[in-house]
Design a protein around this ligand. Structure first.
Ligand code: ZN
Length: 396
């Protein structure tokens, strides 16, 4: 990057947040839209600084922009107070049912019943819908975060072909399968509604390098989405080099295989020394709980270990996906071989949801890979019955 890292603010008044819209560039010619949500967690302002830096640079360099770039503050009230949220996590409220319930409340009822995050969600939803209504091309949505612990920046995405293709623009570790573990995330909602989405964890909350990382991701997203011409700014090359250096020896594609869920009674304690993404060898000690030692089941990756704060996720267990396996899965999907899945014993189409399969007791032990290869992810497990669903693909 050609300018020095801006330090994040020491106190929140330095943010100067007057409105939800941090900035907008409307290109003279039609083209794609990129909506970036920053600070959906109010204690994560780095995305705001990154966006301001990129807006300033685009203006200074007079780079022609096609389509529209709009950056929106997520939890405006939380950002002003420097707190993650006031009542509830705004990045867990985007299930269809919750959004429908929010929209169904009458104006009078909403005044009585809306809590702080309900109000945020209403405004954010309206701002994103307005950007979609203005769109003159495909709509992309990026969600920028930072983490409490230091670590390597990474990208998460929902497993559709269009999104797989898009996240290849980022030379960071990209992780598939984490979003199926989290209910009600913003990006997943907009994937279901036809946007190409991804989420980026840019680094530690107050580390100036998180602003550098998120700026780099924003430059590359503008180029990949087609808002700016390839190579139209020297920052694009620098962004690529910076992120590649951040990734270091980590594999480019990772998938989450399982979640180590914990409750308070477990007295879970992670072993010290794991980063947010850390390779672990078979048998390696990962953590302790009330039942004893927790060791790595095979060679793989520890993802997002819990060291501070509260939560129900002790860590996620994952593994690298080879580029060959990524490609195989894509070819299978393009051939629509998933149409044959109902021929497997115990697998049936869900009569109420055409995009879902129900997997009955006998068939639950098919390796999940069979479904993952086709982009189907767990929806729920109930009464010995697993339901898997695939996100609609924006390419079709
Ligand atoms: Zn966050």
């Amino acid at each position: 990057m050609n300018r020095k890292s801006e330090a994040p603010p020491r106190n929140v008044s330095e943010l100067h947040l007057e409105q939800r819209e941090i900035g907008r560039i409307v290109g003279r010619s039609a083209g794609p839209t990129l909506v970036v949500v920053v600070g959906i967690h109010g204690n994560e302002p780095a995305g705001i600084f990154a966006a301001r830096r990129v807006f300033a640079r685009l203006a200074e360099a007079e780079v022609p922009v096609r389509g529209e770039l709009v950056v929106l503050a997520g939890n405006l009230g939380g950002l002003r107070l420097g707190t993650r949220y006031l009542v509830k996590d705004l990045n867990r409220q985007w299930s269809e049912a919750r959004v429908a319930a929010l929209l169904a409340r009458s104006v009078e009822a909403s005044h009585r019943e809306d809590d702080a995050e309900d109000c945020e969600q209403r405004e954010l939803l309206a701002a994103i819908e307005a950007a979609r209504a203005r769109a003159r091309g495909r709509v992309h949505l990026a969600d920028f975060h930072t983490t409490s612990a230091a670590g390597i920046p990474f990208v998460l995405f929902g497993d559709t072909l269009a999104q797989r293709q898009f996240v290849r623009a980022f030379p960071l570790p990209v992780i598939v399968g984490l979003e199926e573990q989290l209910d009600g995330a913003l990006s997943e909602y907009w994937t279901r509604h036809g946007c190409v989405t991804f989420t980026c964890e840019g680094g530690q909350h107050t580390d100036p390098s998180a602003v550098d990382n998120l700026s780099a991701v924003l430059y590359l997203a503008l180029e990949e989405a087609g808002l700016i011409a390839p190579g139209s700014l020297p920052e694009l090359r620098a962004a690529h080099d910076l992120l590649l250096q951040r990734r270091g020896d980590l594999p480019p594609f990772l998938e989450v295989v399982s979640r180590h869920a914990i409750s308070e009674e477990d007295a879970f304690r992670m072993e010290p020394g794991f980063k947010n993404l850390s390779p672990a060898a078979e048998g390696q000690l990962l953590a302790h709980d009330a039942r004893g030692e927790i060791r790595a089941p095979k060679d793989g990756m520890v993802i997002l270990p819990l060291y501070q704060g509260l939560g129900n996720d002790g860590f996620f267990w994952g593994r690298a996906i080879s580029p060959a396996r990524m490609r195989t899965a894509e070819v299978l999907r393009l051939l629509h071989i998933d149409r044959l899945l109902p021929l497997l014993p115990g697998v049936a189409k869900d009569p109420e949801h055409p995009s879902r399969f129900i997997v009955r007791e006998v068939a639950r032990y098919y390796p999940r890979d069979v479904f993952h290869a086709f982009g189907y992810r767990r929806v729920r497990t109930r009464g010995g019955q697993l339901t898997v669903e695939r996100q609609p693909d924006a390419t079709r």
